[in-house]
Ligand binder design. Structure first.
Ligand SMILES: NC(=O)c1ccc[n+]([C@@H]2O[C@H](COP(=O)([O-])OP(=O)(O)OC[C@H]3O[C@@H](n4cnc5c(N)ncnc54)[C@H](O)[C@@H]3O)[C@@H](O)[C@H]2O)c1
Length: 365
């Protein structure tokens, strides 16, 4: 695994610029609930842990820190229990799931497009990881499991044009009903299938959230927004953009994602998958512009690297099911989210460190 090769960035603190927005879901659903967050020391996981602690839950985090960091939990470290270890090992999964009511399963071998293209075998190990966590959770009496799935479960061919992705575009019942994005996407899809089976066989409440391109404080540079931000912060000129800049993603602010995870656990019991992602298409060029504007720095020239892995051409979510089942819609628009992310990045990353380590940061999670 590549995570250990990278030296720790400076001062990745917790609180960040989101303290002003409500993080609890408005119900007392979580008060006193014993909740495990696997992968809770990750970018998304650490935000979810903060939200759950704020909502009154007793939170345990299990993580092997292969890409996550204890520093991400600094805002809540005195209020969460931590189990360090590889959850593919049954003994670790048992220790982590023992005594838990709810399990949010976010641990995964994962990174941005460059990572999943270069480490396909690592990504397949997520099948074993998810199965071990689900089996151990059920045998230890957990009542509900919420799984962090991904937009990468969707067929790649329909994403060459602008067609919003609907949950029923993937089917386990129809012949040829699935065509996921790389081994990472197939492993997430198998995680969904496995969770459905655990629900059917054992009656555990189950939900799966198909997370679309998340961004925000604590994300690393293998993902598009932070990669663009790192290059701009380092003053890269000519400014290098992977692909031709016209490929789109529906960049979704991390706090909208964590709210969807909580709402899914609260409202879905039968493993019906739900999208969490905005429905707008944002091109990489537009995202870069928003970052330049925020930093008030503009490159003289741009260099488009069309030989780099860029994934599907267009990706945005149909949010109908999320609205219907979860009452969820995004609260943060791109300008707001980018402003918060840039503020966090420039306050927590040393410019010289980013400049000197840029290539490693972009490729190794
Ligand atoms: N970031 C996104 O845009 C996005 C999109 C779709 C889905 N997701 C999913 O959301 C979850 C969180 O992703 P993220 O982007 O916040 O960061 P991430 O992918 O780095 O998080 C994974 C976490 O799991 C931990 N981990 C990995 N293997 C483990 C193992 N065997 N045992 C214990 N812990 C292990 C890592 O240390 C890390 O903290 C992942 O499941 C990811 O697949 C993320």
């Amino acid at each position: 695994m590549s995570g250990g090769e990278r030296s720790e960035p400076v001062g990745e603190n917790g609180a960040g610029p989101d303290a002003d927005r409500g993080s609890a879901s408005g119900s007392d659903e979580w008060t006193g609930e014993r909740v495990l967050v696997t992968g809770g020391a990750s970018f998304i996981g650490s935000h979810l842990v903060e939200d759950l602690v704020a909502a009154g839950a007793d939170v345990r985090v299990a993580d092997d820190l292969s890409s996550g960091s204890m520093a991400f939990l600094s805002a809540v470290e005195d209020r969460v229990e931590f189990v360090e270890g590889n959850l593919k090992r049954r003994s670790v999964a048992d220790e982590a799931t023992r005594g838990m009511d709810t399990v949010f399963h976010l641990a995964a071998d994962h990174g941005g497009r460059g990572y999943i293209a270069n480490y396909p075998a690592n990504c397949t190990t997520n099948m074993a990881l998810s199965n071990t966590v689900f089996e151990s959770a059920v045998q230890n009496g957990a009542e509900r499991i919420c799984f962090a799935s991904s937009a990468c479960v969707y067929p790649t061919d329909v994403q060459q044009e602008r067609r919003r992705l609907r949950e029923d575009m993937v089917s386990f019942e129809e012949r040829g009903g699935a065509y996921a994005d790389e081994t990472y996407g197939w492993a997430k899809l198998m995680g969904e299938l496995s969770l459905q089976a655990f629900h059917e066989q054992y009656g555990v409440d189950a939900s799966a959230v198909r997370i679309f391109t998340a961004y925000g404080p604590r994300e690393n540079e293998t993902h598009a927004i932070i990669a663009l931000l790192a290059k701009a912060y380092a003053g890269q000129d000519p400014f290098r953009i992977w692909g031709d800049g016209g490929q789109t993603r529906n960049f979704t602010y991390v706090k909208d994602i964590t709210r969807a995870l909580r709402l899914a656990a609260e409202n879905v019991t039968d493993a019906t998958p739900v999208n969490a992602g905005i429905s707008e298409y944002v091109s990489i060029d537009e995202a870069a512009e928003a970052i330049f504007e925020q930093l008030d720095w503009y490159p003289e020239e741009r260099d488009y690297l069309t030989d780099k892995p860029v994934g599907v051409r267009h990706r945005a979510a149909d949010t109908t099911r999320a609205e219907e089942l979860l009452g969820w819609e995004p609260e943060y628009d791109l300008a707001d989210g980018i402003e918060r992310t840039v503020e966090w990045y420039t306050n927590n990353r040393d410019r010289d460190y980013v400049r000197e380590n840029l290539e490693t940061l972009l490729h190794e999670r």
